[in-house]
Design a protein around this ligand. Sequence first.
Ligand code: DAT
Ligand code: MG
Length: 140
Amino acid sequence: MAVTRTFSIIKPDATRRNLTGAVTKMLEDAGLRVVASKRIHMTREQAEGFYAVHKDRPFFGELVEFMMSEPVVVQVLEGEDAVARNREVMGATNPADAAPGTIRKELALSIGENTVHGSDSEENAAIEIAFFFSDEEIVG
Ligand code: DAT
Ligand code: MG
């Protein structure tokens, strides 16, 4: 397996509860390396653009409002098979369904306020990384 990159967001429910470090530690303990990181307060344009794939879903409005509600930390993570490794440590979308030891099981509040985003494919990882980071901001 090759060393690859994925894109992660520490969501507003986590920054609000001062869990940026706790989430990052779980990512690092899972073998992922933070090669870029910044704290931002998403604009409506950013939140709507980033989640455009979900624009016809009933929860889209709620999702956009949530992502704009407090600062987030956007990160690029690097490691062996990073997309799959990150999805594994994140756990299922709904924390009620997430496996013990995963970030969402241990820390998430609900299916909406679920602590972390992670890319779902290498193709989307590249798109999502480019949405928030320039090449110069990523230091591997
Ligand atoms: P994931 O974040 O696990 O990739 P997704 O891409 O299906 O999940 O959905 C994106 C986000 O939208 C998810 O993290 C939280 C929110 N969401 C998904 N399904 C939802 C639902 N049924 N009710 C409220 N929010 C939901
Ligand atoms: Mg998704």
